[in-house]
Each structure stands twice: as structure tokens, then as C-alpha cells.
Ligand binder design. Structure first.
Ligand SMILES: C[C@](O)(C(=O)O)[C@H](CC(=O)O)C(=O)O
Length: 299
């Protein structure tokens, strides 16, 4: 059926706007081979700034959520409620821009994972990643991680994909394995392939340690899009989106890209205040500027 520029078909029926979940699918599967870049956001303010700059997708970092919401390290402190509530606030700041949110281990057994998927879906999340670490998880770039066995991992991903089907959701399921550190590349690949067979849409090899490993994982996953977690100064060498795309990656997330500069800027200003009694704040940062940044004009 032909469609005019207002999204009205020849028969006059309005075409529903593309959901952000479908938008995310298009950006991953049908973006002329262009890699999708998602900056990590850790609160409403950083999300607003990323939206202001014009990113077409955001990533809610679990590490940043733990740090900003709980003041804790990424060591399994965050519960489903912490993460879901945070994700809902961020995804509702802009109904056009998809949000990929960290869902850690899924927060329990298969029933709980089904609940997590439904809760993220209802909160407006477009994609989530579920990993194979034990419940008391650690940041993927720290030593000493432990993973569950492959069958248990499959039951996590199967539960996620069945839940998606049951509720009629298009949420993108990203299977993350942390097994590279504990069990090596071949075992990690086996897990990602098994996860795809259980319904995962995207593969995420956590903590890859070289460009060569990056190229290899994209090759062996063949038609399954692969996500690169660009945690700078962790286990993975720093790559630009262009370099990652050349290796075959389809998504690149930059988890610390807002929280790291915030740390240094805040610290420097606070030290200045302590030492000199002056904050040195930019004159253009008026209350109006703050409120404008967080959507005053939309209200
Ligand atoms: C991607 C990640 O899950 C996140 O929470 O942003 C973290 C980042 C980090 O803690 O370094 C991870 O890689 O485990």
C-alpha cells in the first residue's frame, strides 16, 4: 500500500509510529551496515545531555546505575526494582529514542527472568542484556568472575525469549557471556551460539582482550549481530566505532562515556571550592540552562 509523507496510507488509515523496539531492530539489522553507537548514561541528566547531542540510541549502564543510584560498585548490589525504575525514567524522557538497558543476570531463575523481561518491556526499554555470571556478579572487567553452566545460561535466555513472545513484545534480547575470562574463547562462542538458538538476537562477548578476538567473534557468529562493550581502560583495547565496524561489530556501547567526565569535572570543582571558596561555574550555566537541558520546553 502506498504511503504519503504524513504516514497515511492510500486508504486513509494512519500507520502507527514505529515502536522504539522496532526502531532498535532496524538500527541493528538494517542500517546499511552502519554500526550503532550507544553512549552509556547513568541518570536522567546524562541521558538528557546525550539526547540533546542527538544520539539515536542510549545505553543504561548497570555500573553507572549502581554508582549513581546506590553509591555502590558493580558487584550485584542492584535489584530488579532499582534497575527497572531507573530504566523507566530514562526511556520515558524521549519516546522516539530506543534504550538498551543492562539486566545483569536477569535477577533470579527462569520465572524471575520472565518477570524482568516483562517489567523492562512495560517500562519502555527496547533492548536488554542478560549474562551468564552467578547471581553475585561482578563488573565484567574485574578479575575473579564465576559463570553458571551452559544449560543454566540457556534456560535464562529461553525464559527471556518465551516471556517476550507471551507478552507480544519486540524487545531485543542480547545474550552476554562472561566465560571468556573463566573458560576461554571456544567455550564463550559455544555459549553465545547456544543462546542464539534459544532466541537471543544479539551476541555480546564480555571482556574481549584483542582486536583479533573481536574479528573472530564477529566471523564465527556469522549472521548474528555482535555488540562491542567499549569499557575504556578495562580488559578491552580502545576502539573507535569505525574500527569496531571494520571488525564486523554492529553495536558499540560506551558505558563510562558520561560518568567518567562527570567524575573529573565534579571533583575539580569541589576541590576548587574547598581551596579557594569559589566554584568557578560557567556563567552561562544559569538555573534556566539547567531546566532547559532537562526538558523545560517540553513541559
Ligand atoms: C557494561 C557493564 O555491564 C555496565 O554496567 O555498563 C559493565 C561496565 C563495567 O563495569 O566496566 C561491565 O562491563 O560489566
Amino acid at each position: 500500500m502506498s504511503e504519503n509523507t504524513n504516514g497515511i496510507t492510500a486508504k486513509g488509515t494512519a500507520i502507527p509510529p514505529l515502536s522504539t523496539q522496532n526502531k532498535l531492530r532496524n538500527l541493528i539489522f538494517d542500517n546499511d551496515g552502519k554500526i550503532l553507537v550507544a553512549p552509556g548514561v547513568y541518570d536522567g541528566f546524562s541521558a538528557r545531555i546525550a539526547l540533546e547531542v542527538g544520539f539515536e540510541c542510549l545505553y543504561m549502564t548497570g555500573a553507572g546505575t549502581c554508582a549513581s543510584r546506590l553509591g555502590q560498585a558493580d558487584l550485584g548490589f542492584a535489584t530488579l526494582n532499582d534497575m527497572r525504575e531507573h530504566a523507566e525514567m530514562i526511556s520515558n524522557l524521549n519516546s522516539q529514542v530506543p534504550l538498551i538497558a543492562d539486566a545483569d543476570t536477569g535477577y533470579g531463575g527462569p520465572n524471575m527472568i520472565a518477570r524482568t523481561v516483562a517489567a523492562y518491556h512495560r517500562s519502555g526499554v527496547s533492548g536488554l542484556h542478560i549474562e551468564d555470571q552467578i547471581q553475585t556478579k561482578r563488573c565484567g572487567h574485574l578479575a575473579g568472575k564465576e559463570v553458571i553452566d551452559i544449560d543454566t545460561f540457556c534456560s535464562r535466555i529461553r525464559a527471556a525469549s518465551q516471556a517476550r513472545e507471551k507478552i507480544g513484545s519486540d524487545i531485543v534480547i542480547i545474550a552476554r557471556t562472561d566465560a571468556l575470562q573463566t573458560s576461554g574463547f571456544d567455550e564463550a562462542v559455544k555459549r553465545l551460539k547456544a543462546a542464539v538458538n534459544c532466541g537471543a538476537d544479539v551476541a555480546f562477548l564480555e571482556g574481549l582482550t584483542s582486536k583479533e578476538e573481536g574479528r573472530k567473534i564477529c566471523e564465527v557468529m556469522a549472521h548474528t549481530p555482535v555488540l562491542l562493550n567499549m569499557v575504556e581502560h578495562g580488559a578491552t583495547p580502545s576502539l573507535t566505532p569505525q574500527e569496531a565496524q571494520a571488525l564486523g561489530f554492529r553495536i558499540i556501547i560506551f558505558p563510562f562515556t558520561t560518568i567518567a567526565p562527570a567524575y573529573y569535572a565534579i571533583r575539580k570543582t569541589l576541590e576548587g571550592l574547598q581551596e579557594t571558596g569559589l566554584t568557578g561555574l560557567q556563567t552561562e550555566f544559569t538555573p534556566w540552562k539547567l531546566f532547559e537541558t532537562v526538558g523545560l520546553k517540553d513541559s
